[in-house]
Design a protein around this ligand. Structure first.
Ligand SMILES: [Zn+2]
Length: 210
């Protein structure tokens, strides 16, 4: 996997008095009302998950109020810790955006979503000295491919600018669907680092969609 593939390069919006991201309090922790409400939402939507212990790491990285999704109806590879709101939006996106778009453009059922992962303690685009990525807070997911019931495999890398117009439309539609549910949605149109995946996160730099 390309090292450069892994995260968002987002122009930082002007936030006035806002301190640098790494100095901000991270996501709600495991016992917070927001996290508990999120657990209730997941259960109500029949999304199976395991609540993870809060973890804080060196360098300002953390996974607070995180869950491990265990069954959201469509198998997904590569998922690790995700903040509960990120997991909730991801599951909704898969059900309400990805599968309907696959019905419409690919005429097929999605049987697997492939990701490059969620939590990773690193800076944006893994550049030394850059600000921490939303991945460093378990607040982001990188989606790379989709497998259909008939065996077709659609990848962001080959499909986004590929020859098949229906695949291109499918990928653009689910990117837009992700932008509606997440704070930030990045595609291969965003920058060279995202040539092979869609990045979605629940960070404060959004709304941003490209
Ligand atoms: Zn990413």
């Amino acid at each position: 996997m390309a090292l450069a593939a892994l995260t968002a390069c987002i122009p930082r919006s002007d936030r006035g008095r806002a301190p640098p991201r790494s100095a901000m309090p991270p996501a709600a922790d495991r016992g917070s009302p927001d996290t508990l409400q999120c657990h209730i939402d997941l259960a109500r939507e029949r999304i199976r998950f395991r609540a993870l212990p809060d973890q804080r790491f060196a360098g300002g990285c953390s996974a607070l109020g995180a869950v491990q999704l265990t069954d959201m109806g469509i198998p997904v590879t590569g998922l690790r810790a995700m903040t509960c709101p990120t997991a909730r939006q991801f599951a909704r996106w898969a059900r309400e955006s990805v599968q309907p778009a696959a019905d419409q453009w690919l005429r097929g059922r999605i049987v697997r979503i492939e990701t490059f992962g969620t939590y990773a303690c690193r800076t944006r685009n893994s550049r030394p000295g850059a600000r921490l990525s939303e991945h460093a807070f378990a607040n982001a997911v990188d989606v790379s491919a989709f497998v259909l019931a008939d065996g077709r495999r659609v990848t962001v890398e080959h499909g986004w600018r590929g020859e098949d117009e229906r695949v291109r439309r499918f990928l653009r539609q689910i990117h837009q669907g992700g932008c509606r549910r997440f704070s930030v949605g990045l595609s291969p149109d965003a920058d060279a680092n995202h040539y092979n995946h869609l990045h979605f996160d629940m960070g404060r730099s959004g709304p941003y969609c490209r």
